[in-house]
Write a protein that binds this ligand. Structure first.
Ligand code: BGC
Length: 539
């Protein structure tokens, strides 16, 4: 079973080629990689695109907004209520889109769900691209969110079912990277589009071309063999497996699918309330999971991802603000590689703790520099120092709470409740994403918290997160998913370090030295997909 439709529950036997190596990957499987990459790009582009438009002249004229003040005016009158709605309706749509996605993927199949949600997104892209009022844009953002929310689940589910086990982790790592790359791409596009009065339309609908490409690509892809088996089309499932696997792998994979179907039926018997029962430490695990995904948003990262161009144009020219935004998005993309290198070496707790501490410090510096103590609006050196510290803040997020904020919740739930647990923790994340998107423009107003107060607010959350990490977050590094359950049931709190975890285990239960590949874990935990594990039983 999976978080996000990616990982199987227990270590599986892997097919070996007659010469003892991994079976060669067939060309059709590359379609799965393309599907996951395109899905990630669409998602990322949506996060990174809108922020830059808020300072574009053509966009503001179309929306009937006042021009961006260029003289360091006291009140940044360009921070409007509408900005909050345009941003956050996307996250709300994603919640709405992911809820029925499990039903669709089960009823019409993975392939046609992807096509369906891509069509929804493409329609939304057209609405956004043609928007002549803010209300039309609201509609486009919300419908686009529905498309992305559903697409994220359906495409992840599909790629995990069609790809052989040996490259699944890789595909999900690729997906994570493509999200951050999509954010960067949107920021880059905005730099080029800002001078064209209609350029903002492409910031909103540019990824409609990608979703359209996805519709076409999917037409040529086979349906998931897992789904075909599930709906009783056993021979068709076998035929697809012959296309995407070597012939000697097919029987073993058919057995695996049958076994996982049985597990899925067991998981379906659980009730949501089981997540909050004291038995097996469930209540504790659930609360820790919800706290981690919620805190991930309360770091304030999306205040930057969504509003950096608006924030920076308070003290830089709008052109320079877009460049500064681009630098941050690039840093975000590059820093994602740090986690891939470090998470197994240093563990989740350390990364979360260092990340929270690093974000606190960088936010406090930005807070000081943007207060009345510094003349940041008129001093270019101070302005760019603020941008520099914002970049350092993004680095601290990108190696810690960004990816690890998804990894730990996926690891602490027992197998049969992982689907429901992950659905809940991911919904909490989307909900906070929506709230942050909506309230940040309000907080930034000078008659509210202003820039420095907003940074102070998020710094306070980072301090809370540091304390929370030290007290409550378990170290799950090197603990195989199937052992975590044995280790934690019976304890009021999860063991706080790898050493403590190992000490609790009887010698015969000692963890197998099976260093799970980081990409495996990312596979469990993609923010991109995790909303709907529950809806993909049997994955
Ligand atoms: C978060 C997103 C955020 C992104 C930035 C993800 O882990 O869930 O909300 O926009 O990181 O890279």
């Amino acid at each position: 079973m999976v978080a996000g439709g990616v990982m199987t529950s227990a270590p599986r036997k892997q097919a070996i080629a007659p010469d003892g190596t991994h079976p060669p990957i067939k060309a059709l499987v590359c379609a799965a990689a393309a599907v996951s990459a395109i899905g990630g790009l669409i998602f990322g582009y949506d996060i990174g695109g809108s922020g830059g438009t808020f300072t574009m002249k053509g966009f503001r004229e179309q929306m009937d907004w006042p021009p961006v003040p260029t003289d360091g005016a006291e009140e940044p009158g360009f921070v409007t209520d509408e900005i909050g709605w345009i941003t956050s309706l996307f996250a709300l749509g994603a919640v709405a889109g992911s809820i029925p996605s499990g039903w669709f993927t089960d009823k019409i199949g993975r392939k046609y769900s992807i096509i369906l949600y891509s069509i929804v997104f493409t329609i939304a892209a057209v609405i956004m691209g043609c928007a002549n009022s803010v209300h039309m844009l609201y509609a486009g953002r919300f419908i686009g969110g529905i498309g992305v929310g559903g697409l994220s689940m359906a495409s992840t589910c599909y790629q995990s079912e069609i790809a052989p086990e040996s490259i699944r982790g890789l595909l999900v790592a690729l997906q994570q990277l493509s999200i951050t790359f999509g954010i960067f791409l949107a920021a880059l596009a905005n730099v080029g589009l800002k001078t064209w009065s209609e350029g903002w339309r492409l910031s909103y609908c540019g990824n409609g071309f990608l979703s359209f490409a996805l519709i076409i690509l999917m037409m040529f892809c086979p349906e998931s063999p897992r789904w075909l088996y599930k709906v009783g089309k056993v021979e068709q499932a076998r035929a697809v497996l012959h296309k995407v696997r070597q012939d000697y792998e097919v029987d073993m994979e058919m057995d695996l699918i049958a076994e996982q179907e049985k597990e899925a039926q067991l998981a379906a018997q659980h009730h949501w309330s089981d997540l909050f029962k004291a038995a097996n430490n469930m209540r504790y695990r659930t609360l820790v999971g919800i706290a981690i995904t919620s805190f991930q948003q309360l770091t304030g990262i999306n205040a930057i991802m969504y509003f950096a161009p608006v924030i920076f144009s308070d003290f830089l020219s709008t052109d320079m603000a877009l460049i500064a935004n681009l630098i941050l998005m690039f840093v975000n993309f590059i820093s994602t590689f740090i986690t891939i290198a470090c998470v197994d070496k240093y563990g989740r707790r350390s990364l979360l703790a260092y990340g929270a501490a690093g974000m606190t410090i960088t936010l406090l510096v930005v807070c000081l520099l943007s207060s009345d103590l510094a003349d940041y609006k008129n001093d270019a050196a101070v302005s760019w120092t603020i941008v520099g510290f914002c970049a350092l803040y993004v680095v601290n997020f990108a190696f810690s709470w960004g990816p690890v904020g998804w990894i730990v919740p996926a690891e602490i739930f027992p197998l049969d409740l992982r689907g429901k647990g992950m659905s809940l923790t991911t919904s909490a994340n989307w909900l906070w994403n929506f709230i942050i998107g909506k309230v940040t423009p309000e907080l930034l107003r000078q008659d509210r918290l202003d820039l420095w107060g907003t940074f102070l607010f998020f710094a306070a959350w980072c301090i809370i997160m540091f304390v929370f990490t030290m007290l409550y977050v378990p170290e799950t590094r090197l603990v195989a998913l199937e052992e975590i359950d044995n280790v934690v049931s019976g304890f009021r709190r999860l063991p706080l370090s790898t050493r403590a975890t190992k000490a609790r285990l009887a010698p015969e239960d000692q963890l197998p030295s099976r260093p799970r590949d980081i990409t495996d874990k990312l596979g469990d935990t993609s923010p991109y997909n995790a909303s709907s594990v529950e809806m993909a039983p049997g994955v």
